[in-house]
Design a protein. Structure first.
Length: 223
């Protein structure tokens, strides 16, 4: 099945550049010139597999589009920006951005990021742990049959921990695996995401155990 990608950027030249490279790889492309058009096209077409959003757009900027999309969908999002400041990147990740690429960038690198993101989200494995179910293909989680509303990073964090049951994983390892790059900053961002995830997991929060001085461990079996 051909994957459909929505590119939203107010620069027609940039849209054409990205679109041409992605079409060569067999993707179907939709384009939007502003944030309002991007949201309209996304709402009209549930088959869109990935979004590429420019931060600075008229009507709604990339942050606003991301925020609205995340109210109902975990579709992968790549954010394009002319700024490369760490604070912007952290803000984007908190909103639910999956990848963050600063302009100017190599189109080949962007294509590689797109392919990597889609590979991570195309799996169909379903993991079940005593009332907790993780569907990686559909990208949703249920607890005792009730579907949870998780951010993309909360979902990926849970998947990563569940893929390593019984293993003590450091915060640095989690940042590298879930955020896809070594993080040379405050590793407490992991603690923040774990805290939010535990709140949403309810009585299954005990599956994520704190390993003092190290990080966390996913443990279902009770001693």
């Amino acid at each position: 099945m051909i994957k459909k990608i929505l590119i939203a950027d107010d620069e027609a030249r940039m849209r054409r550049l990205v679109s041409d490279f992605l079409k060569k790889e067999g993707f179907q492309i939709l384009e939007a010139a502003d944030g309002r058009e991007a949201l309209q096209k996304f709402d009209e077409d549930p088959s869109i597999s990935l979004l590429i959003l420019d931060v600075m757009m008229p009507e709604y900027d990339g942050w606003a589009v991301c925020r609205e999309v995340r109210k109902s969908s975990l579709v992968p999002i790549i954010m394009l920006t002319a700024r490369g400041e760490e604070a912007d990147e952290l803000f984007g990740f908190e909103l639910g951005v999956d990848e963050y690429i600063s302009k100017p960038f190599s189109p080949q690198v962007l294509v590689a990021r797109v392919q990597a993101l889609l590979r991570r989200t195309r799996g169909s494995a379903v993991k079940s742990f005593d009332g907790l179910e993780i569907d990686e293909g559909a990208r949703y989680v249920t607890v005792n049959g009730q579907r949870l509303s998780l951010s993309p990073k909360e979902f990926e964090l849970l998947v990563y921990l569940a893929e390593n049951p019984g293993r003590a994983i450091s915060r640095e390892q989690i940042l590298s695996a879930v955020w896809d790059f070594p993080y040379y900053g405050d590793a407490r961002t992991v603690d923040t995401h774990v805290k939010k995830l535990r709140l949403k997991l309810g009585d299954k929060a005990e599956f994520i155990q704190t390993v003092r001085g190290v990080g966390y461990r996913f443990e279902v079996d009770k001693p």
